[in-house]
Design a protein around this ligand. Sequence first.
Ligand SMILES: [Fe+2]
Length: 154
Amino acid sequence: MSIRDKIVDGIISRLPYRLIEIDGDAYLLRFFPFRKTVRPPYDRSKWPAVYLHKFLRPDRDRELHSHPNKWSFSIILKGSYTEERRRGNEVFTRRVRLFNFLGLQDFHRIDELHGDVWTLFFVGPKVSSWGFWDRDTNEVTPHHDYLNQRRRLQ
Ligand SMILES: [Fe+2]
């Protein structure tokens, strides 16, 4: 391990973080670069925020999701990922290596991780809820209903 990697690891190991799970399934580690502790509410909603993310797996759902924030912007620090994006009623696939921007109307899913994926994730104010778009039926289901439907099917 290089000196640079040791320094970066040292900084990261001192940051507060929490594990983000989806239905008990570990999804990513969210580090808080500008907070001393992590205590509820974990994620401020009215204000823009910045997090350091380490992805643990891709998105498992076949549906593409929108984010609840007015905007989201990622700088890819390490690794890369393959993303599915909605364009009209079509889905296209692309490799994200440097930056990613999501507006309120954008739908995506992370299809595959390449290497250890670390991102610096900036979010604007939370103004909506997550939505899930079904590419076959063209329907968008709000987060809460989507999770309930999925639990019923399991
Ligand atoms: Fe996302």
